[in-house]
Design a protein around this ligand. Structure first.
Ligand code: MRU
Length: 354
């Protein structure tokens, strides 16, 4: 089946008197925009990865609260505020690892706590904040792109894991934003895309984005990463992040840690690009980052066909969706306020207090 063309500059999510997203579970075979009309559909879209990627989840939750606020038609400011709190609690329970979700909900709730003359004034303020969250993310991604592109040599082979592109953000991407900016500046790059088992965000989404942008890419199984690194054809690795602790430990898609270990073995720099909304200075180290455990079915079946024995007392399946890469394996953290180098504790504290 031919890959459907994406409109250039596709919008991962859009507000048009309602919340519209690209249903990412259908890509690359179908490009479909869906409207999320109520709290249940917004929560379901986040849990089932119709919208996914740390910054995009934050934006979706922020606009999600605007959808919910628009549906409350009775009562005054106090009742509306209570409804927003209830919706925020439900959205906060969808996925535990990406801190951007909680960061965006906190920003929205802070707005909801101010004084308003009417429910409509509160609704307007919420929508303005959601737009700011989206616009700030876009600006951060573009800034990371131009800063990070400096780290990319002309002619580089770059390996990436999962999808940290436009689809995972408000539209430009973090790790893929760096690759995109290097490409847009005229550097020749080719991207080794890990398929990213079990949900194939690399094969389905990153490969699709690279193709849409005309950036040369090679898709292979996750286990081929060692072969590519051993071949000397990869000059750097770059991924996104779901949460970065105060000491620089990075939670990202399961398999990222393995890639970072390989990079250290082969002497290849391993970079992480993430906006400051992904940093969680309340956690001293990655040990405290909550790791989402997803359904065993995602591992034990492929396209509805079982590929593993039935689970019983002696046989079980583990499906952690993320892992934690220790800071000492990270060559640099690319943020919108600069490129951070070890020791990360000091660098992160300084950048967050700017
Ligand atoms: O489970 P997902 O698809 O939401 O996981 C996404 C990732 O792990 C991304 O690498 C991360 O969120 C960074 S996105 C800019």
């Amino acid at each position: 089946m031919a890959t459907p063309a994406a409109p250039r500059g596709f919008e991962t999510l859009r507000w048009d008197d309602g919340l519209y997203i690209i249903d990412q579970t259908l890509l690359p075979n179908e490009y479909r925009i869906i409207e999320l009309t109520d709290l249940e559909s917004i929560a379901e879209a986040i849990v089932s990865l119709r919208v996914r990627g740390a910054p995009a989840i934050g934006c979706a939750a922020a606009y999600g609260l605007c959808v919910c606020a628009g549906q409350v038609r009775v009562g005054g400011v106090q009742e509306l505020r209570a409804e927003i709190e209830r919706a925020a609690r439900i959205l906060a329970s969808t996925r535990p690892t990406a801190v951007n979700l909680f960061w965006a909900l906190n920003r929205m709730q802070a707005v909801a706590e101010a004084n308003y003359e009417s429910p409509d004034a509160l609704r307007e303020a919420l929508l303005a904040e959601a737009h700011r969250i989206r616009d700030d993310d876009d600006a951060a991604c573009r800034r990371m792109g131009s800063l990070g592109a400096e780290l990319v040599p002309d002619g580089a082979g770059i390996i990436t894991h999962c999808n940290a592109g436009g689809l995972a953000t408000s539209g430009y991407g973090t790790a893929l934003g760096v690759i995109r900016a290097a490409h847009e500046s005229g550097k020749r790059v080719h991207v080794y895309v890990d398929e990213t088992r079990p949900l194939l965000q690399g094969a389905r989404l990153t490969a699709w984005e690279m193709k849409t942008l005309g950036i040369p890419a090679i898709l292979s199984c996750d286990v081929a990463a060692s072969t590519h690194l051993a071949s000397g054809r990869v000059q750097l690795a770059i991924t996104g992040a779901d949460r970065i602790a105060a000491n620089g430990d990075v939670a990202n898609k399961i398999g990222t840690l393995g890639l970072a270990v390989l990079c250290r073995h082969y002497g290849v720099p391993f970079y992480v690009a993430a906006p400051l909304s992904t940093f969680d200075s309340t956690l001293a180290s990655g040990d405290a980052i909550p790791i989402e455990e997803r359904s065993a079915d995602e591992v034990s079946s492929l396209y509805g066909t079982s590929i593993a024995p039935t689970v019983d007392g002696s046989f079980t399946i583990a499906n952690p969706a993320f892992d934690v890469t220790p800071a000492q394996l990270v060559s640099a953290l690319i943020t919108e306020r600069g490129i951070l180098r070890p020791p990360y504790h000091e660098a992160i504290r300084a950048v967050l207090s700017e």
